[in-house]
Design a binder for this molecule. Structure first.
Ligand code: NAD
Length: 362
């Protein structure tokens, strides 16, 4: 099969981790007889520096024409000035909106080899295998806001949701849950927020169409606690944008490190194969504290590449092979520093990528 993949390496560790994921995609193409064409495009801080905008038109055009998009991360202290006319994160939010990527799917799976890397106890972690579906193009990140410069006395953001926005993401979550263990937790803050009361009303209506589904509505503050108290009791969790963002960073510790978690952002657009035109990225940011040191964990991005193969290219066998290659490298006991404990062999980003490529070749 021929497929066109746009790579948005971004800032900080973005180029390091996408470089390894690309190597793994190339290895998968070699093993299974496909031709993947990679098209590197600019977005984020480097795009501001070199092209004067965080989201160049050429990038949006290339993404629209691609079969799938692989992203590292954007941002960093260099571009943190709150008064700057453009910011790296604006480019990413605008791209999600442009491509109507309304659902961010974040699987949180414990690799048993990494139990020791987590800050949580083994008995809490046993059996963790859940998926968080985060609404991605609505809520407080996109609602009306006011921020009137440094002398401002007040500022506000607005958490705005419409019925259709809630309905489509809850339906996607319910379909996902029906294909797994038929359990869905819908997260909101309906005891305080009006947008959350709408969320719960619409979710309740939508979920009435799924009589076989076991549903619980959980307040976000309680969910933050349950996630580290009884994580294995959850299967699919659906949450609005901000709540999903925060809960998945917390959930990353169930998998041992931010560097382990992949994600897929899907929407209504279809690619040349009639499959979702998705954007695939690790859940972590640009990690400026470790950028350039070649110690970033590339697994989150490599596992995002596996999701890309599965969801946007329909290559299930290839996706499973990449996931198996990651597992086999973990079985060898090799670790990047974020998931290592005493006595284990610690390697850098590129060596880890090479090991996955080798494991994939067999
Ligand atoms: P971060 O996720 O970049 O880093 C948090 C911590 O996790 C850091 O200590 C970092 O070293 C560590 N970490 C992250 N990824 C790692 C990996 N692959 N391997 C090993 N350790 C890893 O979050 P932050 O420091 O709050 O944000 C840094 C910048 O990233 C900010 O500018 C933020 O806006 C941006 N950001 C971008 C995205 C995105 O592009 N999707 C997402 C989140 C944050």
């Amino acid at each position: 099969m021929d497929a066109k993949i746009v790579v948005l390496a971004g800032d900080g560790i973005g180029p390091e981790v996408t470089g390894e994921a690309r190597k793994v995609l190339e290895a998968a193409a070699r093993r299974f007889g496909h031709t993947f064409t990679f098209d590197g495009q600019m977005m984020g801080g480097r795009a501001i520096d070199e092209l004067g905008t965080s989201l160049p038109e050429a990038t949006v055009d290339a993404c629209r024409q691609a079969d799938a998009i692989l992203l590292g991360a954007v941002g960093g202290p260099k571009w943190d000035n709150p008064n700057a006319p453009d910011r790296p994160e604006r480019g990413l939010l605008a791209l999600r909106k442009e491509l109507s990527l309304f659902a961010n799917i974040r699987p949180v799976k414990l690799h048993p080899q990494l139990i020791a890397a987590s800050t949580l106890k083994e008995e809490v972690l046993q059996g963790v295998d859940l998926v968080v579906i985060r609404e991605l193009t609505g809520g407080v990140y996109f609602g009306p806001r006011q921020e009137a410069g440094e002398a401002a006395f007040e500022a506000y953001d607005t958490m705005l949701y419409t019925r259709p926005e809630i309905e489509r993401v809850v339906r996607l979550a319910a379909d996902t849950a029906m294909a797994r263990s038929k359990k869905l937790a819908s997260v909101d803050k309906a005891n305080v927020l009006a947008s959350s009361r709408l969320w719960r009303r619409v979710a309740t209506e939508v979920l009435a169409d799924y009589p076989g589904l076991q549903v619980e509505h959980v307040l976000v503050d309680a969910m933050a606690m349950h996630l580290i108290r009884r994580p294995a009791s959850f299967d699919v969790i659906v949450a609005e944008n901000l709540f999903g963002d925060i809960l998945t960073d917390e959930a990353s510790m169930l998998a041992g490190s931010m560097g382990m978690l992949p994600s897929a952002s899907l929407g209504e657009l279809r690619n040349s194969r009639g499959l979702p035109l998705g954007l695939y990225e690790p859940i972590h940011g640009s990690a400026p504290d470790i950028a350039g040191k070649s110690i970033a964990n590339p697994f989150g991005t490599i596992l995002s590449a596996a999701m890309l193969l599965r969801h946007s290219l329909g290559l299930e066998q290839e996706a499973a092979a990449v996931e198996a290659a990651v597992d086999s490298v973990l079985n060898e006991g090799v670790r990047t520093p974020d998931i290592a404990h005493t006595g284990q062999e610690v390697v850098g980003t590129q060596v880890m990528g090479d090991l996955v490529v080798q494991a994939l070749a067999y």
